[in-house]
Design a protein around this ligand. Structure first.
Ligand code: ZN
Length: 455
């Protein structure tokens, strides 16, 4: 059935106007003033509301075997949470074990999303081993399945991490195929050494997580990765950049012609390292890697985002329950911070927090907000027909109420996790309706999402 949204203020990365949008056969077919509505059209009056392109989260974890446990969401809970927050497309990291076959891992991750996701989705193919056999399979994943980006971990050696000879091979293959290499940049050996030192000194609480992987450890990782991009000509994307030093290094490579884009994630923009000092092990809720940094780094990230130096704001969504899972690293049980599963759940809250602390706080223009939360990811990762409001684009739209005032709480969130890292935080503005390919999302009877072919 056709859908018409009337009188909304349409805001994209580049334009801002009041108009009607007509959607048919899953796409936007017309934009204009006083558009005629054929019989059978569902009409939504969006007067006084903002209408944004569906938001895109380019970095989430849903199926995630990690640190001896599994992340809590499945695609059903994660996608409904995403949609409630205005996100219509997400990109999941496929993280195979080193001895797993890439094709089998791809099929496992894809089938889980296909079975349960109500968002549209794609993947970054994690490369955790690189030899001739893996290379053959990676070529097929790109050419036959349209997954045109890789993910490498410089951190987590022995689990997901790659060696330098493998990193060089991945970058050369990516350059040949014209695909993007996304990278988690931290120096794995330095992290392991510092963790051991701290634990040996009895520094075992969650507040020691940040000192175990301080700013220079991330900055070295970014420099390391960018060096490989420079030598191979591959296109790169640095995930979850947390601090000034890391951004500045990436920018210095950009200025020398290296094609590298910078992502940050919403926790770094609204939380800081003091959260990991909370008593009674509550700091474990805020353990992620790279770690939350100081307020000074946070202020720099906002400036870099406003200036367009940081391209995207993702989540690195990775939900682990506080009670059963984060407690795996509780010193009260004789454990330490290195055993706390890393991650802060945020797939539902990203857009609302970014709007509240961005445009509503005068820190970001609406255009920059849309670019960072939607358009730039669509362009970077070739999510065709996503990230903009224009005829021929998928009718992925968010009707947003800028006058809403509320508070974030685990009591009311849809994510399948027992806490919120943003508990009690006020929210200005909220997603009132989410439209995925021309259909208003019905949370009781949601339609299935589709995998996006990015070739
Ligand atoms: Zn991640």
């Amino acid at each position: 059935m056709p859908l018409m949204i009337t009188n909304g203020r349409l805001v994209t990365a580049a334009s801002d106007c009041v108009a009607d949008i007509f959607c048919e056969d899953q796409q936007i077919t017309a934009i204009g003033g006083n558009l005629p509505a054929p019989p059978e059209t569902t009409v939504i009056d969006a007067a006084g509301k903002l209408v944004f392109p569906g938001f895109i989260d380019p970095h989430v974890h849903i199926h995630l075997p990690f640190m001896g446990t599994f992340a809590k969401d499945d695609h059903r809970s994660a996608s409904l949470a995403a949609l409630a927050g205005g996100t219509t497309t997400y990109m999941e990291m496929i993280c195979p074990a080193r001895d797993e076959q890439p094709i089998e891992a791809f099929e496992l991750w894809r089938d889980k999303a296909r079975a349960d996701s109500c968002c549209d989705y794609s993947f970054h193919m994690g490369v955790t081993r690189f030899d001739a056999d893996a290379q053959r399979q990676l070529r097929s994943i790109v050419a036959d399945h349209g997954v045109t980006s890789f993910k490498v971990f410089l951190a987590y050696k022995g689990a997901f991490g790659v060696m330098d000879d493998e990193l060089y091979g991945v970058c050369k293959l990516a350059a040949e195929l014209g695909v993007t290499v996304t990278a988690h940049c931290e120096n794995a050996d330095l992290v392991a050494l510092r963790q051991a030192e701290l634990v040996a000194a009895g520094k075992v609480g969650p507040e020691w997580h940040e000192p175990s992987r301080p700013v220079p450890v991330e900055a070295e990782g970014v420099h390391h990765f960018c060096t490989f991009l420079q030598l191979t000509g591959a296109r790169g994307y640095i995930v979850h950049t947390s601090c000034r030093d890391a951004v500045e290094i990436a920018l210095s490579f950009q200025s020398r012609g290296v094609d590298v884009a910078i992502e940050t994630v919403i926790p770094y923009l609204v939380l800081d390292d003091t959260h990991t000092h909370r008593p009674d092990f509550e700091g474990a809720k805020y353990v992620m890697s790279p770690p939350l940094r100081s307020k000074e780094h946070q202020a720099y990230l906002w400036d870099a985002l406003a200036a367009g130096h940081i391209a995207t704001v993702a989540t690195d969504h990775a939900p682990f329950d506080f009670d059963a899972q984060k407690r795996m690293g509780d010193p009260a049980a004789g454990k330490d911070f290195t055993l706390i599963p890393n991650g802060i759940p945020s797939i539902e809250d990203r857009v609302h927090l970014l709007y509240t602390h961005g445009p509503a706080a005068g820190r970001l223009s609406l255009h920059r907000f849309v670019a960072a939360a939607s358009t730039n990811a669509a362009v970077q990762f070739n999510l065709k027909r996503k990230g903009d409001i224009a005829p021929g684009y998928d009718a992925d739209l968010v009707i947003f109420d800028p006058d809403y005032r509320g508070v974030i709480s685990a009591e009311t969130h849809r994510m399948a996790v027992d806490y919120s890292g943003f508990e009690g935080m006020p929210i200005i503005g909220r997603t009132e309706a989410t439209i995925l390919r021309g259909r208003v999302v019905d949370f009781d009877e949601p339609a299935p999402g589709l995998m996006i072919d990015r070739r």
